[in-house]
Design a protein around this ligand. Structure first.
Ligand code: DGJ
Length: 731
């Protein structure tokens, strides 16, 4: 009896221990953060140094953790500070690893040593304030815990409470520490225009790897996401620490291994050309850096990110809605848009089952090529003799919403806006202004430019029934000068530009709650968690060639949810001259938010019949693809077959996409072992074109996961989708 009671008490105690996501032990001066899949701990040493203590699988007992303590010097070349794993190190004293904060005071003093001052826990949020050992220069570290997805957001606010000006030279959001050891690997996404989000995986050695953008926007070249694994992780096993920085401007993530077998990841504002002055009383907030841990491999790392994005980051209206099927004529017509042409395309798109019809570039000003008109956001009367409303009404009558392309940050030199406001462009006085795609960048850091752009978009959204803006941004920064402010404030442009960009998006969404926005920057140049707070989806890449897309999409899916991945079916041969079947192109695009970007005027009756069937099928599986769990079963990087499976949260529905790239020697494609199903349930399994070996149409979840499925995919670029539905739904 007694032992039962004790057992019960122990259960109650451990439940309580799990109930709160942040606990603090005043005796040991330790914080323990608990999530469903991980724990994270830090503590204060007797000297007041805030040290990282733990990040890994779930812990429940704060007493298990050793109190923070200052390490001894190993030699005069190996100071103890280099072993201390400070949670947010200032640059000062003998510290040589990447600092979280580096400053210069007005009098030239640059030493900064941060010590614990106070903390505050509010539910799942924690603030810890640190202060310089001498000056009233504070850094408040913010932590927000997303308990169910095992992710913590960290960022900091730096406050100058001294009476002299300081200049911040490096302001990072967080430093993250892996358990001490060797043999770690880094995964990251790299690429270029039309070849974004290529997945790389490489060993981490001593020294530093820098992932960054100096381009002004997030960039096509590197995406602000990382994963570090213990060296042996696979899709479904192994320890993975992963994270993403929520910033759409110059960002930087350093992955560093110290000589003391310590891997640390630091991220925040890029230090390149960075100098942010803080007058007495002023403060600067860094971007949020989200990171998590899982012991279940890269697959779960992605699933946790996807859930974080869908549940917690994207705007509320976006969360509540699945992405509609859209049509966009950019690849079909480019700048050659006209009222009649768009109406004809709209008629055809509506018959296919399209739900959102988007007019891309070319509808405004003198925009007949990319040489003129950018900045003049008035409807071109020659192209739309009856105004835009005539087209919008037509589109609405066909049962579709209307969307419009804009590129608000840019201006062609040949435009009325530039002729009126040449000073609005970022520039260094008297120096050449570099054109890229014949355009300059408006200095959005200026509040008058910000308000002007908001006014333009607000007017469009108020005058017309616009459901959706495709917000594009088609060049990188150059000559980022801001001659109108004092010289020591000019570098603020890097930060203020992005804050004003976010401000416009936030105001637009607040004023037009039904408005949806796609973040596009010449394809996937602005894909990050910062802009995701204000947009519904990302344009993944200007490369819409289906086979290339498989790898772009694989990389994208490491960090970002399928619902956010806009994917179009376009005509062949496209970008690289390859031709794949229309079915193959549909199936590739159906793994994200499906769109059609083909020239429907060239489609045959058979194409329309197939397209209509595929869009109907997509609508049926859309909840599973957009809200389900993704299992990457076979990677296009390593197999002649790519397979991705999406499973609904209740495990009743799943869909498997299979793509055979090139059959050799008459071999069968690999067996596909399904994942995430209910082993005890019986599922009805059906390939859309009978491309499944065997005759039984019903299998247990256990069989599908243990024995797997044999697809029948032959030749080059063959494909199928397999629908897997709990059989009792059919009885
Ligand atoms: C770049 C985008 O990525 C394309 O989809 C298209 O909108 C063009 N810009 C239009 O100029």
């Amino acid at each position: 009896m007694r032992s039962v009671a004790l057992g019960l008490m122990a259960t109650v105690f451990s439940l309580q221990a799990f109930a709160q996501s942040i606990t603090y032990s005043p005796e040991k001066k330790i914080w323990l953060i608990k999530t469903a899949v991980s724990s994270y701990a830090m503590g204060v040493s007797p000297e007041g140094q805030l040290q990282h203590l733990y990040w890994g699988g779930p812990l429940w007992r704060i007493e298990d953790l050793p109190a923070a303590s200052k390490k001894n010097d190993i030699s005069s070349f190996d100071p103890g500070q280099m072993l201390d794993n400070e949670e947010y190190p200032g640059w000062g004293g003998p510290r040589y690893y990447e600092p979280a904060l580096k400053i210069t005071r007005a009098d030239g003093d640059r030493d900064l040593v941060l010590r614990y001052v106070s903390h505050q826990i509010r539910g799942d949020e924690l603030d810890i304030t640190l202060k310089d050992i001498r000056d009233d220069l504070e850094a408040t570290l913010h932590y927000r815990v997303y308990e169910d997805v095992g992710i913590i957001a960290r960022w900091s606010t730096i406050r100058n409470k001294t009476n002299q000006k300081i200049t911040i030279e490096s302001a990072q959001s967080a430093a993250w520490y892996m358990p001490r050891g060797d043999g770690y690997r880094l995964s990251y996404l790299s690429g270029r225009w039309a070849a974004e989000t290529q997945l790389n995986r490489e060993p981490i050695h001593e020294g530093m790897k820098v992932l960054e953008s100096r381009l002004g926007h997030t960039g096509h070249n590197l995406n602000p996401w990382f994963a570090v694994d213990s060296g042996d992780a696979l899709e479904e096993s192994g320890r993975v620490w992963f994270g993403a920085l929520a910033w759409s401007g110059n960002w930087r993530i350093t992955v560093e291994q110290t000589p003391y077998q310590q891997v640390r990841v630091t991220g925040g504002f890029n230090t390149f050309d960075f100098a942010y002055p803080l007058e007495p009383g002023q403060s600067l907030e860094t971007p949020q850096f989200y990171a998590g841990f899982t012991s279940e491999g890269f697959g779960e790392a992605s699933q946790l990110m996807h859930k974080l994005e869908r549940e917690y980051i994207q705007p509320l209206q976006a969360k509540a809605r699945l992405r509609p099927v859209l049509y966009n004529s950019w690849e079909a017509t480019e700048f050659n848009v006209s009222e009649e042409g768009q109406k004809t395309l709209a008629d055809k798109a509506a018959k296919l089952g399209v739900e959102l019809f988007v007019v891309d570039d070319g509808w405004f000003g003198a925009r007949n090529t990319d040489h003129a008109g950018l900045g003049d956001w008035v409807v071109n009367p020659k192209k739309f003799p009856h105004g835009l409303n005539s087209l919008i009404e037509h589109v609405n009558k066909l049962g579709m919403d209307f969307g419009l392309w804009v590129e608000p940050e840019m201006v062609n030199p040949d435009s009325n806006l530039y002729r009126a406001h040449p000073d609005w462009v970022m520039n260094f006085t008297g120096r050449p202004r570099s054109e890229l795609r014949n355009q300059f960048i408006l200095n959005l850091a200026r509040d008058d430019v910000r308000d002007y752009i908001f006014g333009v978009l607000d007017k469009l959204a108020s005058e017309y029934k616009i459901r959706y803006f495709k917000w594009d941004m088609n060049r990188t920064f150059s000559e980022p000068g801001w001659p109108d402010v004092a010289p020591d404030q000019q570098k603020e442009l890097w930060v203020k530009y992005v804050l004003n960009f976010y401000d416009i998006l936030a105001r637009l969404r607040a004023k037009h709650p039904n408005l949806e926005i796609e973040s596009c920057s010449g394809g996937g140049g602005r894909v990050d968690l910062g802009v995701l707070r204000y947009v519904d989806e990302f344009w993944t890449s200007d490369n819409t060639e289906a086979f290339d897309r498989l790898r772009i999409q694989e990389g994208f899916s490491q960090a970002y949810a399928a619902k956010l991945m806009s994917a179009w079916v376009t005509d062949v041969p496209n970008q690289n001259g390859r031709s794949t079947s229309l079915e193959y192109r549909f199936l590739v695009a159906m793994q994200g938010a499906l769109g059609v970007g083909a020239n429907l005027n060239k489609w045959t009756d058979d194409d329309f019949a197939l397209g209509t069937r595929m869009i109907a099928l997509y609508k049926q599986i859309r909840p599973v693809v957009q809200s389900g769990q993704l299992f990457r079963l076979l990677s296009p990087r390593t197999n002649d077959t790519t397979a991705n499976e999406y499973v609904s949260p209740d495990k009743n529905d799943a869909v498997l996409f299979g793509f055979r790239h090139s059959q050799e020697y008459n071999t069968a494609p690999p067996v596909i072992y399904l994942r995430g199903l209910n082993a005890r349930a019986v599922y009805r399994v059906e390939s859309i074109e009978g491309k499944l070996a065997g005759s039984t149409a019903e299998y247990s979840g256990a069989y599908l996961m243990q024995n797997g499925l044999q697809l029948v995919l032959k030749g080059d670029f063959d494909s199928t989708a397999v629908l897997i539905q709990a059989a009792d739904k059919h009885r």
